[in-house]
Design a binder for this molecule. Structure first.
Ligand SMILES: [Zn+2]
Ligand SMILES: [Zn+2]
Length: 394
């Protein structure tokens, strides 16, 4: 292990008889070309959807760094199933690769860096010292600004980000290029007119079944809240589209009674990144002064419905305590009609955690019934007791 640290990364990328890597047009590039560069080893495969979505993101970063003449290179280590899939996938990448045929090299890299899942991106400094194991997350989060991917650089970016979140207002979040309004189905509304309200930023998309399902739930909760006089003027939701095109955006917005950001791909992208939204639907709650209260709006709506409003820490603590009190009356174990094993009551402190309910497919958090044997998890409210399991021998 120590020996290769002295020699850098190059010996690991070559093998007896091969001192080159290949570019995506098939040409051979001497491994010496890597000298003096920061290197990303990219473990990936065409059949994995996360790899498929991350590759273009990394390609943007790569092209940007190349345009700036930063000493940076990426080397693809493939887990593709055959040569033609490899050729096709590598064809989408502007960087180098270990030849597909060198399975031994791929195997030893995978073992050495203990790669358990793709995509994985490991960053190395020009001496071959590991800089970052979590390259995928860092590239998603900071893009090309993370270069040269040193710890000091990442800490700098984190501090910058904290400062930005601390000074955030609704206006700084949502306005851009001279646009200082959001829209409703009938008009433009100045962002300023929303100051002082609790705001839900709703990231959603048309081609996303969980979004469609959650939207309809959120609509009924929104209407409930709006019909209660005291919340009428104090709560608003703004749709932020994660749609691929304007047609999908228009379709998606049709189902929503609240406000929306106009369709601007760049603004949506920037907001998704700013809040580190990893999946949709996501509901982010902002306080009346524009600061982020929670990114768990979806969980809270699923758990407490309109009771969750105004989503403040005190409110959630109150609801949590009430739920804990209620849970004391739940049986410790139950038999549920759709599962053949007995289920046990758990909460976050006792083996539970965020889960997807096997009965209603919605997210859950907090109290749940769980089967340790099969990982079956279900909301307490979704339990249907087996009426026929009563003992008959009495
Ligand atoms: Zn459920
Ligand atoms: Zn079970």
């Amino acid at each position: 292990m120590e020996a290769s640290e002295e020699m850098g990364l190059s010996p690991l990328l070559s093998s007896p008889g091969r001192d080159f890597l290949i570019s995506s047009d098939g040409s051979q590039i001497g491994i010496g070309e890597l000298e003096g560069k920061t290197i990303g080893l990219y473990f990936s495969a065409n059949w994995n959807t996360q790899c498929e979505s991350f590759t273009p993101v990394l390609a943007d970063v790569y092209n940007q760094l190349k345009a700036e003449k930063s000493p940076f290179e990426v080397v693809y280590v493939s887990s593709d199933e055959d040569q033609s899939s490899f050729d096709r996938f590598h064809g989408l990448m502007p960087w180098l690769a270990v030849p597909f045929s060198d399975l031994q090299c791929k195997k030893s890299l995978t073992q050495r860096f203990q790669i358990e899942a793709v995509p994985s991106l490991i960053m190395f400094d020009p001496n071959g010292e590991t800089l970052q194991m979590e390259g995928v997350e860092i590239v998603y989060r900071y893009g090309a600004r993370a270069f040269p991917f040193t710890r000091a650089r990442i800490e700098e970016l984190e501090a910058e980000e904290r400062a930005k979140h601390e000074s955030q207002t609704l206006e700084t979040l949502l306005s851009t290029n001279g646009r200082s309004y959001v829209i409703s189905h009938s008009e433009q509304l100045p962002i300023r007119s929303l100051e002082g309200k609790t705001i839900g930023l709703y990231f959603s998309g048309h081609h996303c079944p969980p979004c469609v399902k959650f939207t309809s739930k959120l609509v009924s909760i929104y209407n409930n809240l709006k019909s209660k006089n005291d919340n009428n003027e104090e709560f608003e939701i703004i749709f932020v589209s994660a749609d691929r095109d304007k047609e999908a955006y228009i379709e998606c917005y049709k189902a929503m009674p609240w406000l929306a950001l106009p369709y601007e791909k760049e603004t949506s992208k920037a907001l998704l990144k700013y809040f580190h939204v990893l999946g949709i639907p996501t509901l982010i709650i902002l306080s009346p002064d524009g600061k982020t209260i929670t990114k768990d709006g979806r969980y809270l709506i699923n758990l407490y419905a309109d009771m969750a409003y105004p989503f403040t820490e005190e409110r959630i603590r109150f609801l949590q305590e009430r739920l804990d009190e209620e849970a004391k009356t739940y049986p410790r174990s139950v038999n549920h009609v759709n599962h053949r094993h007995e289920l046990n009551l758990v909460s976050e402190g006792s083996g539970g955690g965020p889960f997807i309910c096997c009965e209603c497919d919605e997210q859950g958090l907090g109290w749940e019934y769980q089967c340790l044997e099969c990982g079956y998890e279900i909301h307490p409210r979704c339990i249907k007791e087996e009426a026929t399991t009563q003992k008959i021998d009495e």
